[in-house]
Design a protein around this ligand. Structure first.
Ligand code: NDP
Length: 281
């Protein structure tokens, strides 16, 4: 029996798993669609019921893959999608959301994010998001790639305080947010969604991670995910198109590391000692 996945509570009170599934690069190629759908379904079976996608990924192809993976089990899933900044106007965001809903083959998105900051005023985007919420097309909205100054500005616009999450680059090799953005969000109970939690695979070759993983009979990916699971209010969304690796990622929940090993990790991947601008992939 696996331990249940810990949860993170959104400002609305809804609880979501702290370990979900990403989908960037899915839907690019018909030959791999079966594996992608099977992987997402495996993740759902294992409780990784938060799925992250975006209109950008494979020009909507990723949303179509997600639509197929959640067919017949929509209510089990917490669905996250994102609007392109260029579409995030008062009217454009509504139209983009409707296109996403069609591709996802559903009537609602649980969390709709502004993918990164663009040229449309935040007031307009928030107004569009609030309208989508009132119409029942989204349950909540949030942002992505917002640094502290962006978050401060967001809170100053009407209804900006309704932001439900900020999705940013966060992993062992990218700890900059621990200096300011992470505590800023934690103090306000705004969850952080950690994207590229295993640095798109690049972390897996780090010698210290490989060594520590061996001592726990674990894999480097599992240690990288265990690091994020230790943090309050952080949801990580690893992407895998391989059901076995999805299962491996799920089993990161069971890793219980000692303080000594966390200290070794801190020495190998030092936390920030000063402000670093938010990095993006
Ligand atoms: P990840 O850090 O999740 O790494 C994904 C890569 O790692 C894939 O190549 C995958 O290959 C491989 N992988 C996954 N699990 C394992 C494992 N256990 N062992 C070995 N290799 C593994 O990177 P992503 O950039 O995909 O980030 C995750 C998600 O975050 C995205 O899919 C997307 O949903 C979101 N994101 C959001 C961004 C934003 O701007 N808001 C930007 C970037 C990502 P394989 O599939 O073959 O297993």
């Amino acid at each position: 029996m696996r331990e249940p996945i810990p949860t993170v509570t959104l400002p609305s009170g809804i609880m979501v798993p702290a370990l979900g599934q990403g989908t960037w690069n899915m839907g690019e190629n018909a030959a791999t669609a079966r594996d992608e759908i099977a992987s997402l379904k495996t993740g759902l079976d294992l409780g990784m019921t938060l799925i992250d996608t975006a209109e950008m990924y494979a020009d909507g192809g990723s949303e179509e893959i997600v639509g197929k993976a959640i067919e017949g089990r929509r209510d089990e899933v917490f669905l996250v999608s994102k609007v392109y900044p260029a579409n995030a106007s008062r009217k454009g965001a509504v139209e983009a959301c409707e296109r996403s809903l069609r591709r996802l083959n559903t009537d609602r998105i649980d969390l709709y994010l502004l993918h990164w900051r663009g040229n449309h005023p935040l007031e307009e985007t928030v107004e569009a998001f609030e309208g989508l919420k009132a119409a029942g097309k989204i349950e909540a909205w949030g942002v992505s790639n917002f640094d502290v100054a962006d978050m401060d500005e967001l809170l100053s616009v009407p209804n900006g305080g309704n932001v439900a999450a900020n999705q940013v680059l966060y992993n062992l090799a990218r700890r900059g947010i621990e200096y300011d953005l992470l505590p800023w969000c934690q103090e306000r109970s705004i969850p952080i969604m950690a994207y590229s939690p295993i640095e798109q695979g690049r972390l897996l070759h780090h010698p210290e991670l490989i060594r520590i993983a061996k001592t726990y009979q674990a894999t480097p990916a599992q240690i990288a995910l265990a690091f994020l699971l230790e943090r309050d209010g952080v949801i990580s969304i690893p992407k895998s198109s391989n059901p076995q690796r999805v299962e491996e990622n799920r089993d990161s929940i069971d890793i219980d590391m000692t303080d000594e090993d966390w200290a070794v990790i801190d020495a190998a991947f030092p936390p920030p000692s000063r402000k670093k601008s938010l990095e993006m992939l």
